[in-house]
Write a new protein. Structure first.
Length: 176
């Protein structure tokens, strides 16, 4: 049985859960008209579907004292991670969310998000927010299924980087 718990100093090494590949199979195109966010999904042709793995983050438990770390555990093995950080205004920032490949599709990410919302409320926030790249259609669909809504688009964030041409979509989820 998978258990979600806050990662304490004794289990600090668990916050360095390695990133694993995920499929990039489509792009999201968002627009904002008349006060409403709209989106279209564009599937990639089969020959353009790739796997991507983000670089591993060098998290340091002691140096990230303002962060809250949630682990999903199968016994004593950490198989999922959510990193929460103080956010601006009334939303706590979901800095990272990941689940080992072998455990994906079992609602572990959604269970981590539920606990993240509980922590956000206990810290005086109204909800949580996060972001994902517009070419990560899987993440986008996951956030929508998990109760998030589009709250913004950043078309400039990847300029002058290896990710040039991509945009970030901001997502918000009410916890109250």
């Amino acid at each position: 049985m998978i258990q979600i718990r806050e990662i304490d100093p004794l289990h600090a090494a668990d916050i360095n859960l390695p990133n694993e590949p995920f499929r990039l199979f489509g792009r999201l195109v968002v627009s904002y008209t008349d006060g409403q966010w709209r989106y279209e999904t564009h599937d990639f042709p089969e020959d353009q579907i790739i796997e991507m793995t983000f670089p591993d983050e060098p998290y340091c438990y002691d140096a990230m004292a303002d962060s809250r770390f949630l682990g999903a555990y199968d016994g004593e093995k950490c198989i999922g991670l959510a990193v929460l950080q103080p956010g601006f205004f009334r939303y706590m920032y979901l800095y990272d969310l990941k689940v080992n490949q072998a455990y994906r599709g079992q609602h572990i990410g959604q269970t981590l998000l539920q606990k993240a919302k509980e922590i956000a409320v206990s810290q005086g926030y109204c909800g949580i927010y996060t972001q994902c790249q517009d070419n990560n259609l899987g993440a986008f669909l996951f956030y929508l299924r998990s109760g998030f809504h589009i709250g913004g688009l950043d078309t400039n964030v990847y300029r002058h980087t290896a990710q040039e041409g991509k945009s970030d979509i901001l997502f918000y989820c009410e916890a109250l």
